[in-house]
Design a binder for this molecule. Sequence first.
Ligand code: ZN
Length: 343
Amino acid sequence: MTRQLGLVYDPRFLEHDQPFHPENAQRLKAIIGGLEEAGIWDKTVNIKTTPIAEGFLFRIHKPHYVDSIRKFAGSGGGMLDINTYLNSQSYQVALLAAGGAVQAAEAVLSGKVEQAFALVRPPGHHAHPSRAGGFCLFNNIALAAEHAIHNLGLERVLVVDFDVHHGDGTQAIFYSRKDVLYFSTHQYPLFPGTGHWKEIGEGPGEGFTINVPLPAGLGYEAYPRVFAEILFPAANRYRPELILVSAGYDAHWRDPLAGMRLSTKGFARLTRMLLDLAEEHCSGKMVLVLEGGYDLPALSASVAATCAVILGEDPQDSLGQSAETPYPLDDLLSKIKEIHRLA
Ligand SMILES: [Zn+2]
């Protein structure tokens, strides 16, 4: 089946850059180059990107924090913390990245396209209401979810975060809300340190945060099993009206910042499963938002494979697999099923 895939990309995303930092502009150049080379770029629909309105940004981020980012960039930038940089353009680029995620959700929910991929930088899932972190300034995916809920009237949005790091910002933003079900797989322990399976949300949000912390070394066998045994039953119970995906590709076996063993084919398989889930619950409505991924060949091949699967084509994988470390998942998965009362 051929689908309409919308892509958000704007060359201004390259202006937030610090050469030799892992989260640099070469990442997006590699992705776009890979999509062109695979013949995918021309089969997609371009979604025009405009900066997010500051007023809407304040629904997720505190005004004093937004102000501090604007001023810090205005003074030329520098390091905000040991991981996160700003240059003079970063505030404007971050507004544009957040706008891109929102407009991708808008394009899918208005029926312009069935799926969309927001190829944005800087990434977002470590950004909290009032602090940056882990290369992230504004939480792009949280703003897309908030747009779907507050502006378009949705009541249940599922966020699936397969970036190798826990999306601590996204979790914090929605921790006491039930209109967003946050599901994350991540290497654990690893930066940022959060994402224990006992973190399940609080108050009205209790049960609407699902964390699957995984030891390093897992890949093609483990991830689909986690999706099948935890994500699928949770989604069946939640009945999402939209699926947003924090698509980070740093769980690839080649990634320099982590130790997971997913292959390009593994990401293609996860994409297939997420599409199935979206088709079952919400007429295929799915929006991916780029997060991490720091090995350029792996990142570019995996994004291309993701898009190929959505377009109904065979994903290519010239990088191959790396053996995963056998690990008995039964105990962890049964604890998660028990705490979330999943059959
Ligand atoms: Zn990451």
